[in-house]
Design a protein around this ligand. Structure first.
Ligand code: CO8
Length: 263
């Protein structure tokens, strides 16, 4: 099975029971436009609906086309209005609540909303050249989809603050050390390692996997919804600041260093 949406592609391997969803805006480093956010949900829904047709789809791998996972929210769309941060309506929550295990296969940049997307998944595997980070601070905002909440649960909270406050892009090896990814692999080993892991999951009883996912979410995410709602409330006023406009302008014009004033 192969189906194309405007900015995602889904495939299903009937032999293994593994579905693949590819983010497909390589020219913009798979930045999360409104279209892409919608197509992620549409693609995942299409894969899960296969189960209603008597086909057993057991796990999904999300990856990015063109050598990058995702460089975050589409900054060029910010002027039209910020992306929704409402917890229940986002592709992030859709992945968290998805009834099957979801694996992020990370190559290249995995930044901002891209890292939040990966952290919404149940597992993250990275190629050694991947660079992960939360650069929102340089736009004068915070990761509005719960990035600080997610990363504080995966890594040591002080490391989480370091990553979110510096906006630094960390290499896959450090993300592995800090627990932000499950494992990092040589680039030429990543595909096989992820396929092997996905096929292991696909060989397990789907209902047990689904229940373990719900149980693990219950264990680790009690309070996450509240935390993300809190982030949403404190995120929105930052969008109106001069510093946010300055950071976004400097990114767009790309010929000067932004100067932040605290307003
Ligand atoms: N949005 C839109 N376009 C992007 C983005 C982005 N996030 N990232 C890259 N692009 C585009 C570039 O504009 C460029 O387009 P063009 O070729 O038309 O000029 C193309 O992708 C290639 O990018 P670069 O030329 O910049 O490539 P480099 O290799 O020089 O740099 C970087 C790669 C370092 C990744 C650089 O592109 C960069 O810094 N990108 C921005 C990263 C960033 O700040 N991400 C965070 C965005 S904010 C966010 O994710 C969360 C906001 C809150 C959301 C709440 C949701 C619920």
């Amino acid at each position: 099975m192969h189906e194309e949406f405007e900015t995602t592609t889904v495939e299903f391997d009937e032999e293994t029971g593994v579905g693949y969803l590819t983010l497909n805006r390589p020219d913009a480093l798979n930045a999360l436009s409104a279209q892409l956010r919608g197509d992620i949900v549409a693609g995942l829904r299409t894969l899960n609906d296969l189960n209603d047709d008597g086909i057993v789809m057991r796990t999904v791998v999300i990856e990015g086309e063109g050598g990058n996972f995702c460089a975050g929210a589409d900054i060029t769309e910010f002027e039209e209005g910020p992306p929704t941060t409402e917890v229940d309506r986002s592709h992030y929550q859709f992945i968290i609540d998805y009834p099957l295990p979801v694996i992020a296969k990370i190559r290249g940049y995995c930044l901002g909303g891209g890292l939040e997307t990966a952290m919404s998944c149940d597992f993250r595997f990275a190629g050694e050249d991947a660079r992960l980070g939360l650069p929102e601070v340089d736009l004068g905002i915070i990761p509005g989809a719960g990035g600080v909440q997610f990363i504080s649960r995966l890594a040591n909270p002080s490391v989480a603050k370091e990553i979110a406050m510096t906006g630094e892009h960390i290499p896959a090896s450090r993300a592995d050390e800090e627990g932000i990814v499950n494992a990092a692999y040589d680039e030429d080993e990543l595909d096989d390692a992820v396929d092997e892991f996905a096929e292991t999951l696909a060989s397990k009883p789907p209902l047990a996997l689904q229940t373990i996912k719900q149980s693990a979410n219950m264990a680790t995410q009690t309070g996450l919804r509240e935390g993300r709602e809190y982030d949403r409330k404190v995120f929105e006023p930052l969008l109106a600041t001069e510093d946010h406009k300055e950071g976004a302008r400097a990114f767009a014009e790309d010929d000067y260093e932004p100067e932040f004033t605290g307003r």
